[in-house]
Design a protein around this ligand. Structure first.
Ligand code: G3P
Ligand code: CA
Length: 241
């Protein structure tokens, strides 16, 4: 099995994370997959951003869930990364999916329900309804740190590949794996490296695998995938092994 190289929040190392330029860059690099994070706005829109607030990656302040789509769209989500990206906007899930469809992207699209800190009412249902309403060329994979989100999305769309994310605690992932609620584990690379006994036991895609050493380790163990800020580096190291 070839280890998939999945671009974390788009090509986060080279472009402002979770923006259309970051996703275009990942497609251009030939990444086997793209990982991203979804939240809900005040008016119920599916918003692509990592944090619960806009503070770190935009010129605004406040919680995503307290802002309307119009308010979120007024923010600059590029200039924190560099002035070349001034004017880059926070995308909606639909805008990202349209880019992937236009690009005939057939890789993995890993959507993380960003519900680690709190759940959003109706988020999983909205995402499922959206994907049920369109045809898409990519392979959809859901993930979350939050067992409630995993449970919900599996109940609505049991045939979509799903993964548990974790840094330390494995109890819910183990339970879900037993019941086939999840097919994959998405652990931190630090966890993987300190739990070598676990290696042959599951399909895993560790994150965030950026160093050459960690990349080589994952490729040599034939993991299902790596989630990396630098897909170009991952693809080139994979080729050299
Ligand atoms: O999906 C892997 C990784 O994205 C999980 O952590 O904090 O970057 O969303 P985070
Ligand atoms: Ca994520």
């Amino acid at each position: 099995m070839i280890t998939q190289v999945i671009a974390h929040r788009g090509s986060k190392g080279l472009r402002p994370e979770n923006t259309l330029p970051a996703f275009s860059k990942a497609i251009e690099a030939g990444a086997d997959g793209i990982e991203t994070d979804v939240h809900l706005s005040k008016d119920g829109e599916l918003i692509i951003i990592h944090d619960e607030t806009v503070n770190r990656t935009t010129n605004g302040t406040g919680r995503v869930y307290d802002m309307t789509l119009k308010e979120l769209k007024e923010l600059d989500a590029g200039s924190y990364f560099g002035l070349n990206y001034l004017g880059t906007r926070i995308p909606t899930l639909q805008e990202v999916v349209h880019l992937l469809i236009e690009s005939h992207y057939t890789g993995v699209f890993n959507l993380e329900f960003k519900t680690d800190k709190f759940g959003y009412p109706g988020l999983e249902e909205k995402v499922a309804n959206y994907f049920d309403s369109i045809d898409y060329p990519f392979h959809l994979v859901y993930s979350s740190f939050n067992p409630k989100s995993i449970k919900k999305i599996h109940a609505i769309q049991p045939t979509i590949e799903t993964a548990s994310l974790f840094k330390l605690r494995t109890a819910s992932a183990k339970r879900f794996a037993k019941k086939n609620v999840i097919q994959d584990w998405h652990p931190s690379i630090a966890w993987v490296r300190s739990h070598r006994w676990f290696l042959p036991r599951m399909e895993i895609r560790p994150w965030t695998v950026n160093s050459e050493d960690n990349m080589e380790f994952c490729f040599k163990h034939h993991f299902k995938g790596i989630i990396t800020d630098f897909p170009e580096r991952g693809l080139s190291i994979r080729k050299s092994i």
